[in-house]
Design a protein around this ligand. Structure first.
Ligand code: SAM
Length: 287
């Protein structure tokens, strides 16, 4: 006996003309939605980041569709063609390799220009690694900031993280395995003592979510060079933030032993306050 009831037949209601922004699974193929299947089967053209990846997805569901490439490089050529097709009343679907298009993936300009030209734009929601990771991390979700991929080069990454340190919200980053260790170390330095989580291979066979203090995750050998796709989440810091007086006391003590930058880093770690603000205050105190 089948474990699941068979999915309902695809809808035979014709699709309205317009651009459909279709989410696809981030691993587990069963995360496709029925509506996504309706749209992919019923549209005139599917714009795909990688036509081979999307071709495999479609054939897994017995769908054949006209596919065209729409990645970072091909988008400039594909966009005018897609806009012209929309102008003729076509139903055009946009998909990325996995998850929701436009979320650290191409498509923003196409959506903007389609809307500006007066075409309907329909979101077809589904999987996205940012929401899947938030759902399992056990960190506050009332306010979160999706920060995408940190810059690959260390100086740019530190400046990027320092800018985010004062934001009282859960921060969500995408990262690749080869850069995870250095990113976690920079996050521990920039954000201090905060709860965090590393979510890897979500919805796939080797799915893991490891939760703990940022410094502990940064020192965890399993994150030295892990394989697979990763989301890093950093909690918003303490509920009751340390006061300015606490910071001054700790900074004065640290400045008696250390240079301002080192003192700021030490206090940031201890009190979970932004290193950049503490550095500024350390310079004032020194003067
Ligand atoms: N548009 C996609 C979405 O909605 O999540 C994201 C595309 S972005 C190019 C790819 C990054 O998303 C990966 O490097 C990883 O950080 C994250 N990601 C995608 N799938 C994932 C998964 N199954 N588990 C964990 N992270 C994932």
């Amino acid at each position: 006996m089948a474990r699941h009831p068979p999915p309902p037949a695809l809808s035979d209601t014709p699709l309205a003309p317009g651009l459909y922004v279709v989410a696809t699974p981030i691993g587990n193929l069963r995360d496709i939605t029925l509506r996504a299947l309706d749209v992919l089967a019923g549209c005139d053209l599917v714009l795909a980041e990688d036509t081979r990846v999307t071709g495999k997805l479609l054939s897994a569901f017995g769908i054949s569709a006209k596919l065209e490439r729409h990645d970072e490089h091909a988008a400039e050529r594909a966009r005018p063609k897609a806009l012209a097709a929309l102008g003729e009343g076509a139903r055009v679907a946009l998909v990325s390799d996995a998850g929701t298009p436009l979320i650290s993936d191409p498509g923003y300009r196409l959506v903007r220009e389609a809307a500006q030209a007066g075409h309907a734009v329909f979101p077809i929601p589904g999987a996205s690694a940012v929401l899947a990771a938030l759902a399992a991390a056990g960190l506050p979700t009332d306010r979160f900031l999706f920060a995408g991929f940190p810059p690959p080069k260390s100086a740019a990454r530190r400046a990027f993280l320092d800018e985010l340190a004062g934001i009282r919200a859960t921060l969500v980053f995408y990262e690749g395995g080869s850069r995870l260790a250095e990113s976690l170390a920079d996050m521990a330095a920039a954000f201090g003592a905060r709860e965090a989580a590393v979510a890897r291979e979500l919805t796939k066979l080797h799915e893991t979510v490891v939760r703990g203090p940022l410094a502990t995750l940064a020192a965890d050998p399993q994150f030295a060079a892990p394989k697979g796709e990763i989301v890093v989440l950093v909690g918003p810091g303490r509920e009751t933030a340390a006061t300015a007086a606490d910071a001054d006391t700790a900074l004065k003590d640290a400045l008696s032993r250390l240079k301002p930058a080192e003192a700021a880093a030490e206090v940031a770690k201890a009190l979970g306050l932004p290193r950049r603000d503490l550095y500024r205050r350390a310079m004032e105190l020194k003067r």
